[in-house]
Design a protein around this ligand. Structure first.
Ligand code: 5GP
Ligand code: MG
Ligand code: MG
Length: 183
């Protein structure tokens, strides 16, 4: 079931619930191999990564711990500037930890490159990235995203954690937002 009153707000369902579930399962099998002998700390980036984190963490057969960060990119509503402010920091000391950042979407990659540098400066044993979605621009910047769910077109998407003006996060699928909603 999808929430009421969204008919017409999406032009297209890009990735449905079953596709997300199946792809996350595949990604988890890779993560389980890579971290078989390590304790992994999943770091979710609020708020968009809430759904990915919940499903990924429950699919993983590894013992994991979870922590959360909230960051805000200065800049206009639709693009990030790379100037990042921490709204909520981790509770966990990263010294010697194997950190896996869990992200909803990588667009310009600016937020993520800032986050990577920030977390790497805290003395972790390793830092890797797992993102459900990646847009074309992100593939052109020099960030190594070890686990990617789907490469998607350069359209504004919502659902499965992703919002427009805080709405649509609870959709079970990822869809393309109709231009009439934001213009
Ligand atoms: P970046 O720094 O990679 O450009 O920005 C990443 C952040 O921008 C994401 O965490 C997300 O909050 C937001 N963002 C980028 N593309 C989209 C999109 O298509 N839909 C939504 N809802 N947010 C997006
Ligand atoms: Mg995010
Ligand atoms: Mg947002």
């Amino acid at each position: 079931m999808e929430p009421r009153d969204i008919d017409g707000d999406l032009t297209e369902i890009l990735i449905d619930q079953e596709q997300i579930r199946a792809r996350l399962a595949e990604m988890c099998r890779s993560i389980e191999i890579d971290y078989a002998d390590k304790d992994v700390l999943l770091v979710g980036v609020l708020k968009g990564a809430v759904m990915v984190m919940a499903d990924l963490a429950r699919e993983l057969t590894l013992p994991i711990t979870m922590d959360w960060m909230a960051v805000s990119s200065y800049g206009s509503g639709t693009s990030s500037s790379g100037v990042v402010r921490i709204l909520k920091d981790l509770d966990t000391d990263l010294t010697g930890r194997h950190v896996l950042i869990v992200e909803d979407i990588i667009d310009s990659g600016l937020t993520l490159s800032w986050l990577l540098a920030n977390l790497k400066s805290r003395g972790p044993a390793s830092v890797e990235v797992c993102a459900l979605l990646r847009k074309p621009e992100a593939a052109t910047v020099d960030i190594d995203v070890k686990y990617v769910g789907f490469d998607i077109p350069n359209k504004f998407v919502v659902g499965y954690g992703l919002d427009y003006a805080e709405k649509y996060r609870n959709l079970r699928s990822v869809g393309i937002l109709a231009p009439h909603v934001y213009s």
